[in-house]
Design a protein around this ligand. Structure first.
Ligand SMILES: Nc1nc2c(c(=O)[nH]1)N=C([C@H](O)[C@H](O)COP(=O)(O)OP(=O)(O)OP(=O)(O)O)CN2
Ligand SMILES: [Zn+2]
Length: 130
């Protein structure tokens, strides 16, 4: 392992298409509508494998993220158990993805830093646990 003062961050992108209705929201978004949600997940760590030069294989991280997103894809989010009684806002979606993805992070020294969810190019919610 190569350790130094530096910090490595890896970010992978994914996406899913889903419908939702915001709860306790006065406006058009309380009505049924959908988005092609764009998702990014970022991990960080200080040590790269000396042979591969990698903190974590992008492919591995993408596969794990996609496994989480598959559950949300082509669904009406309000009907899913994680959003029972909870408004499926980008913030709550980001937290759900973060906590679910975190469970699949097994490598010591590699930590999930944040997950972002974008409903469109100009609106992004980021969730992280300090
Ligand atoms: N903090 C948050 N604000 C809003 C959320 C959210 O999840 N977190 N969600 C919505 C709605 O989902 C809505 O679909 C998005 O609305 P809007 O930004 O207005 O997007 P449009 O593409 O419809 O953009 P227009 O500018 O109205 O064309 C709202 N807010
Ligand atoms: Zn919406």
């Amino acid at each position: 392992m190569h350790t130094d003062q530096g910090l490595y961050r890896l970010r992978v992108r994914g996406g899913f298409s889903a419908s939702h209705q915001l709860l306790h929201y006065e406006g058009k978004c309380e009505r049924l509508h959908g988005h092609n949600f764009r998702v990014e997940a970022e991990v960080e760590g200080r040590e790269v494998d000396p042979d591969t030069g990698m903190l974590l294989d992008f492919k591995v991280l993408k596969k794990r993220l996609n496994a989480v997103l598959d559950y949300l894809d082509h669904r009406h989010l309000n009907e899913l158990t994680p959003f029972e009684g909870l408004s499926p806002s980008s913030e709550n979606i980001a937290r759900y993805i973060f906590t679910t993805l975190q469970k699949s992070m097994a490598e010591p020294g590699v930590r999930l830093r944040e997950v972002s969810v974008a409903e469109n190019e100009g609106s992004v919610a980021v969730y992280r646990e300090e």
